[in-house]
Design a protein around this ligand. Structure first.
Ligand SMILES: Cc1cc2nc3c(=O)[nH]c(=O)nc-3n(C[C@H](O)[C@H](O)[C@H](O)COP(=O)(O)OP(=O)(O)OC[C@H]3O[C@@H](n4cnc5c(N)ncnc54)[C@H](O)[C@@H]3O)c2cc1C
Length: 291
């Protein structure tokens, strides 16, 4: 982008911490910014955090409050925000950005911050329960209090804890020998006597007139459990669209020139955090503007 005239227009796809930071940095560097968020609200995964934040230097409070503050900060800059709008393609040669729900528009570059989505469990019936939220479940009326959570990390443990604390009869199914969830979660699961089935895999999730039948296989042999709901929390993967990015060694890289991938999608899992998402956005936008 040598000899560029300011303000050039850049686009940011994704309104999570990385996309919000990229928009802020690009605006601060003098660009006109279009920010697109697929969902109805800005904040990305911040809306899935239920525990108070303890690891964002200089900030204590809820993640929802942080999302709100980030959004208010953006309104002080020349940043146009489109909600419920996905970026689906970008062509560096024509500089055309394709977004759903709007006509195409021009941008000098695309900063792509799509974040993560739940990893897919590849067994029959799993697609039907993918991304089912604990909050939605707790808000609805239930007949059978038995539910299962599949997974062994923080997200699985957090889901199991919320369900157990709401008085449900939760079982945790984990294919490994030990949970990778943080020690405080493991201690709370033990305190609540949540049964954990280790070395156990799900073979199928079959819809029943009410609830689901979960076919499992473990050290006890094969079994079929009738439960009200199944929550799959087996880790996350970059939420990429293959017209914009592809996976390389587990992280997302641009599908073609003209795009920079930032945030969780571009980082190895041990770096997934709000602060890393901000740093990745800042570094990428500043580096690009210096080219
Ligand atoms: C339960 C839980 C607890 C966590 N706890 C902590 C913690 O304590 N501390 C911490 O630092 N981090 C924590 N994290 C991680 C932190 O939330 C993430 O690292 C951070 O949100 C990553 O930001 P991101 O912008 O890369 O992605 P995301 O937050 O996932 O945001 C991506 C956004 O992009 C949108 N999008 C996707 N594709 C498109 C498209 N094509 N066009 C437009 N929009 C699109 C999505 O709708 C989403 O809103 C936690 C995460 C979870 C789920």
């Amino acid at each position: 982008m040598t000899n560029r005239r300011l303000p050039d227009r850049v686009a940011v796809a994704g309104g999570g911490p990385a996309g919000l930071a990229a928009a802020l940095w690009a605006a601060r560097l003098g660009y006109e910014v279009f920010l697109f968020e697929k969902g109805a609200r800005l904040g990305g995964q911040l809306h899935q955090l239920t525990l108070p934040l303890i690891d964002v230097p200089g900030f204590t409070g809820s993640a929802a409050e942080l999302a709100h503050r980030l959004e208010s900060q953006l309104t002080q800059w020349p940043i146009t925000i489109y909600r419920s709008t996905s970026v689906v393609a970008y062509d560096i040669h024509t500089r055309r950005l394709v977004v759903d729900g709007h006509t195409d528009m021009e941008a000098a570059w695309l900063f792509y911050a799509p974040g993560l989505r739940t990893r897919r469990l590849k067994v029959p019936g799993a697609q039907e329960v993918v991304d089912y939220s604990v909050s939605d479940y707790l808000a609805r009326k239930r007949d059978n209090p038995a539910v299962v959570v599949v997974g062994g990390g923080d997200r699985a443990a957090e889901a199991a804890l919320r369900l157990a604390e709401a008085g449900l009869s939760v079982s945790l199914i984990h294919r490994g020998a030990v949970l990778s969830a943080r020690p405080s979660y493991r201690a709370r699961l033990a305190a609540l006597s949540v049964p954990i089935f280790y070395h156990t895999v799900v073979r199928a999730i079959l819809r029943q007139p009410t609830g689901y039948r979960v076919e499992v296989e473990g050290p006890f042999g094969s079994a079929a459990w009738d439960v009200d709901q199944v929550f799959i929390r087996i880790g996350m993967e970059p939420a990429i669209d293959d017209r914009l990015a592809r996976l390389e060694g587990g992280v997302a890289v641009p599908a073609h020139p003209g795009i920079s991938v930032i945030g969780d999608a571009a980082l190895p899992s041990w770096q997934h955090s709000i602060v890393s998402a901000w740093a990745s956005a800042m570094k990428t936008v500043k580096q690009w503007s210096r080219q």
